[in-house]
Ligand binder design. Structure first.
Ligand code: DC
Length: 217
């Protein structure tokens, strides 16, 4: 069997999607598309411009006029490296807000489909297998308990020097789950045909081994 052309990884915040996608890209020679990074870049640009995040028209204007590039694991916004600036707890909340809007999502989806043309890609997000690439050869839904996801995020943020408490991070994880699952357009769901992997109590190496068998049996 040939290895899949498109691998999608969906699931809630903190399930380990980006790490898994990065590792798959490295190990199996895929291009990694981090769809959350595009929403984060748009949210960040809106903040810089002082745009009201409840105003769909204004957010759409910003999204339509931006140049977002994903190069390896770096994210560029109009040519400026914003990788660290967007990966903050606030960046996640801003992203979740702009990601509620249907037309903003269309801009992002078109961009991601274009980036994937003619390439072998691994893409992580919330709607990668259900909406962006419904015909993907391999769909993975990665999940873990909210407490475990909050513990991982908390550790990651602490390592980066953020002054946050575990309780705050858990609250943010639960709030983001709510808003990602309950939005009317492209909500977070298990895509049809997806392999569900619960990563609670598993190391990334164990998960990668499981997924590796699906990519290269
Ligand atoms: O994966 P992340 O934490 O970088 O995502 C940030 C937010 O972007 C997340 O709360 C929901 C939104 N998002 C989305 O709606 N659809 C995607 N495909 C990826 C992210």
């Amino acid at each position: 069997m040939n290895s899949p052309e498109i691998v999608t990884i969906d699931g809630p915040a903190g399930a380990g999607k980006s790490t898994l996608a990065r590792e798959i890209a490295k190990r199996f020679g895929y291009l990694h598309l981090d769809s959350g990074a595009v929403y984060r870049a748009i949210g960040y640009a809106c903040k810089l411009k002082g745009v009201n995040l409840d105003d769909e028209g204004e957010v759409l204007k910003v999204a339509g006029n931006l140049k977002v590039e994903l190069k390896g694991s770096r994210v560029f916004l109009n040519g400026r490296d914003v990788t660290e600036a967007i990966r903050t707890p606030e960046g996640g909340i801003l992203a979740s807000k702009v990601a509620r809007f249907r037309e903003v999502r269309e801009v992002v989806v078109n961009l991601l489909r274009k980036m994937a043309e003619g390439k072998k890609v691994v893409i992580d997000g919330r709607d990668a297998g259900s909406y962006i690439f419904p015909k993907a050869d391999l769909k993975i839904y990665l999940t873990a308990s909210p407490e475990e996801r909050a513990r991982r995020r908390f550790k990651e943020l602490k390592e980066k020097g953020f002054n946050v408490s575990y309780e705050e991070v858990l609250k943010e994880v639960i709030e983001r789950d709510e808003s990602d699952r309950n939005r009317p357009f492209a909500p977070l769901t298990v895509p049809e045909g997806a392999v569900v992997i619960d990563t609670t109590g598993k190391s990334m190496e164990e998960v990668l081994e499981e997924v590796g068998k699906l990519i290269d049996p």
